[in-house]
Design a protein around this ligand. Sequence first.
Ligand code: GUN
Ligand code: FE
Length: 426
Amino acid sequence: MNNPSFVLKGDLCFSRDPQTLNAVPNGYLVCLDGKCAGTFAQLPAQYQQLPMLDCTGKLIVPGLVDLHVHAPQYSYRALGMDLELLEWLETHTFPEESKYRDLSYARKMYPAFVRDLVRGPNTRACIFATVHVEATLHLMDLLEASGLCTRVGKVNMDRNSPDSLREPGAQASLDATRGWLGRLAGRYQRTKPILTPRFTPSCSDELMAGLGQIQKEFGLPVQSHLSENPGEIAWVQELCPQSRFYGDAYHLFGLFGGEGCPTIMAHCVYSGEEEIALMQRQRVFIAHCPASNTNLASGIAPVRRYLTEGIPMGLGSDVAGGTHTSIFRAMADAIQVSKLRWRLQDSTLAPLTAAEAFYLGTLGGGAFFGKVGSFLPRYEFDALVIDDSRYTPQGSRSIPERLERTIYLSDDRDLAHKYAAGKQLF
Ligand code: GUN
Ligand code: FE
């Protein structure tokens, strides 16, 4: 990777922590060797020789982070939204994902997902592929060529799914996973693997134990689903009676955070006290997926509580539970559902502010990737240049107001430039 150095000039806005939004009007954002060197009101002398892109009047924010999205589900967004999780998986998800057994289907379908991701505001994503190794490698090839920075998982499933999708057994699933990992060496810079047991109902104890072994051997991160839907949670208790709660069914196999095992769990709508305490202790990242939790009538996660307790957390589109990949959209959804939860369910948990939602979609989720999601010094240079003049006349609003309007009103048309890890995508 060549590591460019340059300067962007414009109205800078980024998070420092959940409550603190930094704004630098008409400021300078310096990229040195692909990393952020900081933000400045006046350009320091040592940077004055660098090439500068003058984006005066435009808003410049960190690239957005999607902690949870399913690439093969992009094709059937906004279908079957009258169903709850388990029925929706049976009716729509599993039949569609089965088709990726055929590499030519993946070649036909994955390009649209990657193309649209490039055009949108996300620079990073943690992605579920399918159980199929060839199709997953093809997706990874497309993502690598795109310049986006991603973690991609070949999914593991050896039970409770149709024969057309289910892997023939735990050993076959583990062998396929090792085979997949063996083919990654030297192939990718920006596209990395992540272990992806779909969720406890899809994975036998033997498969989970084998994945725990692979996790230890390779030091890989893990992603899965947790406490999304009441029927799902009851089923996990039947399938894994030795677990004290759903999260424990991952923890028993060494797949639930802790030293050397960075983990993302999507949803956490119904996590109880013990599960929350374990996530806190193990530094498990929660991917809050408000659109999906609304569409599949799953519920509303207590995000205020997770924020207060300092549990690592970001936002997920969860396409196709969610309909849109944009994490700006997820920020607006997160704010809106937090208000309904506060009004209808628990008035002790205050709604999210725009600054907090922005934090979750940038620095909160970015922390899973390292120093990502802010313009503080030494952060990876992920940036969006947004021309917000279509909905906010220039000079009429403060930077925090322009950011709030961008969260609700911007779309891909308004993105002027996009950078991921120092590379300009457009
Ligand atoms: N739980 C297991 N698989 C899935 C999936 O594909 N989407 C969602 N939202 N939840 C799941
Ligand atoms: Fe999901």
